[in-house]
Design a protein around this ligand. Sequence first.
Ligand SMILES: [Cu+2]
Length: 124
Amino acid sequence: MRSIRLLMIAAFGVLAPGAASAHAFLEKGVPGAQAKVAVSPKVLELTFDQPLQQNQITATVLASDGHKVASSADRGTTMGWTTLTVPLPVLPPGAYTVTWHCSMGLGHETEGKYVFTITGGPPH
Ligand SMILES: [Cu+2]
């Protein structure tokens, strides 16, 4: 049984060499998970592990009290080859939760979330 399962995994690997997966995952965020940034960033950048259309991704940024401060539905959001860029308003120091959801169609959904913190930086 074990060897059969290994064979099947190997076969799938050979059948789809380098092909885009039906599931996209976040490769990198800027600011990223657990990041502490001194100054409110102008944009949030989410880079995925494969090229996507803008309408395949939704992303939101929530303040610690749960209210939405930005979303991929906002004007000015752009999609590059693999990177979604969401403009951010000027945000006060605090913890912010980024949530993302990717739909590749046919029920192939992935999602995730992470927190970054704006520290406010040292006094001038
Ligand atoms: Cu799926």
